[in-house]
Structures are given as structure tokens and as C-alpha cells.
Design a protein around this ligand. Structure first.
Ligand SMILES: C[S@@+](CC[C@H](N)C(=O)[O-])C[C@H]1O[C@@H](n2cnc3c(N)ncnc32)[C@H](O)[C@@H]1O
Length: 146
């Protein structure tokens, strides 16, 4: 393969140059960071103007019970670190993203319930798609339409 390169790194400090990436995708990773605003700021930084973030993750659809938030096993299982959707939207917009769309996936209830059948997880978390765009700088946008 000549068009794929693996780089070891952390999402809070991505091993790629600023303004160099067209699209960021990932599944169930950002949820694990205790520094989510930094993750979104870093994603914004490395994307080119007009670049897209299109990830899936677990989000909180209701306040997480304290016992869930404190449960390390549920943190590792991508449950306890789930952020509320309005907070995620604020974090993304705070990083500079536009067109932020966070959509819980219908049908994730059954999957989520299986993770801990005694904890009613499906009542306060869901799988969601999270999409956002890094706006083009004005000059760049003008050149693209010339
Ligand atoms: C739930 S798994 C991802 C599952 C995988 N994407 C899939 O779809 O099957 C979470 C992954 O995030 C990685 N991870 C955790 N913290 C990270 C960080 N700060 N930066 C980069 N990756 C991290 C873990 O090592 C693990 O591989």
C-alpha cells in the first residue's frame, strides 16, 4: 500500500501538520478524553479550511447518574465519559467549527442496553453521529468560487 501511513499519536496532539487534513473520522474515541475541548481544538487546527469532522461516539442524552460517572470500567466502555449533546455542540463551536450536527442514532438503545443490562444505560446515553465543518477563510472561500 502506498497511499496509507500509520502514525502513533494522541488525539489531543495529532501527529500531522496544521491545515493539512481533509476529513477526520473516528468511532468511539473522543469520548475517552478528559480534555474534550482540546481534542476539538486540535481537530480544528489540523483540518484544512472547508475540511470536515465526521465521527461517531457515545453521547449523553440525559444527566449521567453519579455512580456511572465514577465507574472506571464504564469509562473505559465509552459510557462514563459521554458528554451531553449541548456541551459537545458548544465545545465544537468554541473550537471554531460551523454547521455542527449531532444526531443520536435510532436503534442504538438495544445495543447500549446489552452493555450493562442492570443499569438502564439506554435511558441516558446513545450512539450518535457528530459532524462539523471548519469554515474556509474568507480569501480561501473567494478563491474557491472564482
Ligand atoms: C473504543 S476504542 C475504538 C474502537 C474502534 N474505533 C472501533 O471502531 O472498533 C477506543 C480507542 O481509543 C484509543 N484512545 C484512547 N485515548 C486516546 C487518546 N487520548 N488519543 C488517541 N487515541 C486514544 C484507545 O487506545 C482505543 O484504541
Amino acid at each position: 500500500m502506498t497511499n496509507v501511513e500509520f502514525r502513533l499519536g494522541e488525539m489531543e496532539a495529532l501527529p500531522v501538520a496544521d491545515d493539512s487534513v481533509d476529513v477526520i473520522i473516528c468511532n468511539c474515541v473522543m469520548n475517552l478524553s478528559p480534555e474534550k475541548p482540546k481534542v476539538f481544538e486540535e481537530a480544528f487546527c489540523v483540518l484544512k479550511g472547508g475540511g470536515r469532522l465526521a465521527v461517531t461516539d457515545i453521547v449523553a442524552t440525559a444527566q449521567l447518574p453519579g455512580e456511572v460517572k465514577q465507574d472506571l470500567a464504564l469509562h473505559v466502555a465509552c459510557v462514563a465519559g459521554a458528554a451531553p449533546m449541548d456541551e459537545l455542540k458548544s465545545m465544537l463551536e468554541g473550537a471554531g467549527f460551523a454547521d455542527v450536527r449531532i444526531a443520536p442514532l435510532n436503534g442504538s438503545r438495544d445495543l447500549v442496553r446489552e452493555w450493562a443490562p442492570d443499569k438502564n444505560l439506554e435511558d441516558f446515553i446513545a450512539s450518535a453521529t457528530i459532524e462539523a465543518i471548519k469554515p474556509r477563510r474568507k480569501r480561501e472561500a473567494d478563491m474557491a468560487t472564482d
